[in-house]
Every structure is written in structure tokens, then in C-alpha cells.
Design a protein around this ligand. Sequence first.
Ligand code: ADP
Ligand code: MG
Length: 491
Amino acid sequence: MRVEDINYMIKETDFMQQNCQEIWAKCMEMIKENVQPETYDTWFKPIIPIKLENKEITLQIPSHFYYEVLEEKYVHLISKTLKFYIGPDAKLIYTVQMEKDGNNSSSINIPSTKGEIKTQNPSIPMPSSNNRIMNPFIIPGLQKLTIQSQLNPNYTFENFIEGECNQLARSAGIGLATKPGKSAFNPLFIYGNVALGKTHLAHAIGNEVKKLHPNKVVLYVPCEKFLSQFVDSVKSNQINEFINFYQLIDVLIVDDIQLLIGKEKTQEAFFTIFNHLHQNEKQLILTSDVAPKDLKGIEERLLSRFKWGLSADLQVPDQETRIAILKSKMKNEGVEMPDDIIEYVAMHINTNVRDLEGSLIGILAQSSFNKKEIDIELAKSVIKNFIVNNHRELSIDSITATVADYFKLKPEQLKEKSRKREIVQARQIAMYFAKESTKSSLKTIGLYFGGRDHSTVIHAITTVNDLCDTDKHFKGYVEDLRKKFHNNYLA
Ligand code: ADP
Ligand code: MG
């Protein structure tokens, strides 16, 4: 019988009072007809039926990994089979054989895609017996276990232009997206200077995995956020919950992993997460501004793991790729520009992709403000200013001056100890832009703003990110300011 035929018969099937072994034997026959022989031998033969009570069947499976595979790939088949033989309200409980120490009776309930299947005793190897799971991405009170990927849908492979500068990283990303966790690229470690496309590529891989494997749990997390979630979990005495949460992910992307430098406790937590995911063939994707060997201040055992898979760097795009990137951005914006101007921009802006985008926007803006045709003279003047001002503007001083002015404060006020709300807010935004737009370290930024600690800067950045997500007005301020910085480059 094919599984498709089963659906309509379910309603007619009464619950049959037979013993558990017999019923499961029948289920196995039906399953055997619907899967490949190897699949049957590998994933179904080792299952041992334990008991059947009140239409709830308990199946013993060899490991937590079985649970994941069965839930991910075969849950519909199992569910339909059980409903057929037990009745429409059949329930399934998996029990996992625990290791020797195991009179551990902790349990988590993960609703299956169909909602009626529960699991018991998954052997997540945790240091404590407390296997509760906390999702740090949701607001307390709304505890449900749907994990939003936090991916930016605008960062895809389609708009990530290929060049020699990114060939290895890009093709490794495309490759691993077809079989996340099961390729040689685990972890995939992407590194390179600022604004060369690490974040874009990391999201693109995540989006591609989602497209190819909609059931996989993908999570993108900026390392800053990971750090602050860890700090929160320490404060609320929920480190294990924090680790448990991350161990549920199928494809974990951590952006800017260099921020773990000097954070020993967070590194320890990440080490546990990394090991669990890697052992269970889950995919890790990490980005960093330097190669693993240059990550001084990260524990050796983590560094050696970073090198297990593939490290691929992103370089400054060559002229040809820069032209392709400009053309692609213009197509997205629905604008046109003569080829000689595109070439001129590509020739002169050879720092990174964000500068390339910035100069393009500058030319378009100048042309529309002044109602001038885009010609080579206009491009020249914008690029001249862009190069000069780009360097002049990208200082903490000028950022502070612009932010203070915007909030009608004096720059000095942002460096004072004041805890007044509007000053704190302006200071946090200035710190945020200082990190985003200058090469200054967190430490330098902290010192600049009145001798504060680097963790204050991290906190500021996280707060700004969070508020941008939740507070429209606040987001407006940040966007206004970002525009101001752009326009100033080009004034
Ligand atoms: P990083 O994380 O390395 O600092 P980002 O991923 O934030 O860099 O990239 C900066 C900007 O450049 C983003 O707007 C991104 O879309 C763009 N970008 C980078 N590389 C490419 C590329 N190969 N094709 C298209 N856009 C790119
Ligand atoms: Mg980035």
C-alpha cells in the first residue's frame, strides 16, 4: 500500500486493541513498502517498540541523532502509519537510550511538524540535568519554539556577484547549501577585510539552505548578539538553556566571530555548542575579519576546530568584478549610467564594495539634486569628494559631532557620565556608528566616550540593533543619521 492511499482510510480505522509488538510489526511492514531498503535497515530496523498505552506508542531509538533524522525525514510516513493502525489520535513518544549514568529523566517536548508527536529523553549531552530550552530570540512570555532564522532575504547568491576575489568562498557556500553539515566544508570559515561581502555571503548561504531545505533550522547571529545573549544568560542563571537553544540549530551562522577574542566564558559556551553541532553533522558557518591563525586571544582548541573545514578569504574585487557589481546594483535600483562612467568609478574606487555602492549612490544623488545629466565631470567631482571626505568623515570625532548636532546636544555631553535618557541614547548611537564606520576597536571607542569599558560599547550596539527592530521612531533617527553620513561624504 502506498502512503498516499492511507489518508482517506484513516477515518475508518478503529483503534485496535492489540499488543504493541504486533502493531509495530504491521507498521514496519507498511514503512518497508514506502522507503528504500537501505533506509529501512538504517533508520527503522533499530527501533524497538516499548509500550502502547492510550493510543500512545513509545519507541526506543538508539540516539538523539535518530530522533532528528526520523523527525526531519520520516515523520509524515511514521505518523500516517501509526494513525492507520492505532487511530487518528495516535501519539508517539521516542525514548532515547541514555548513557550509563542515565537515570536522568529530563525531557523536552518538541512538537513535530504535525504536532502530535512528542519526544522523551533526547540525549543532548549537557553538563547539567536541566535540559530546559530558552529561545533568546523571542520576547520572554512568548515561549514557543519556532526559531526565526534572522536572515536578511535581500542578501542572496543571485545578487552576490562572482569574481576571483570570492570564488572559493562562494562556491563552497553554494556547495554546502545542497547538503548542509554533510560536506567537507564544516565549518566554513569566511574571512576578509571590512565590506568585502562576508555578511552578504553568510546570509546568502543561509537563504539558499532555507530554499533547498525548508525544514532545516537555520540561524544567523551576529557575534555581538551572541555575546550579549550569553551575558544575559549568565545574569539570569540560564547558561544551560542558552547552550541548549543553540544546540537545536541545523545551520548556525555566526558573523564576526573575532569578537569572541578575550571572552573566555563565551568561548567555552561556544565550544560546547560547536562540538555538539559538529558531532551531529550540523553545519557551522563563521565569518571573521582575519584568518583563524591570526585570531589571537581565542582558545587553541576552538581555533583548531575553526580549521577543521574550509577557510576561504574574500579579497578586494578586481576591475572587472567591480564593474559587474556596479551594474548589478544599478539594475536593482532601476537606474542607468553610461559604460565609461561605470568604468571610471570602478577604476577609482578600489577599497571595498561598500565604497563602490556609496560612490554610485553619490553620483545618482548629485545628478538628481542638481538636475544634471550623469557625465564624466559629475562622476569625477563626486569621486574626488568621496575619496577625500570618506577619509575625513570616517573618524569618531566627526561621527560624534554629527550625532550630537542631530540630537541638539554638545559633542562633549556624549563623553560625560550623564545617565540622562536622551544623552545615553545619543551616545549609544554614536558608539554604534563609530563601530560601523571606523576601524576603531571597541576598546578605543569605549575610551573615547569618557573612558568606558568595551563591554559598554557592545551593549550600546546591541541596544541600537534591538531598538531599531522594535521602535519605529528610534529606527528613524538611525536611518536619518546614516543618510547624513552618506551625504556628508558627498557634500
Ligand atoms: P562585510 O561583512 O565583509 O563587512 P558586507 O557583506 O556587509 O561586508 O558587504 C558590504 C556591502 O557590499 C553590502 O551591501 C553587500 O551587499 C555588498 N557586496 C559585497 N560583496 C558583494 C558582491 N560580491 N556582489 C554584490 N554586492 C556585494
Ligand atoms: Mg559584516
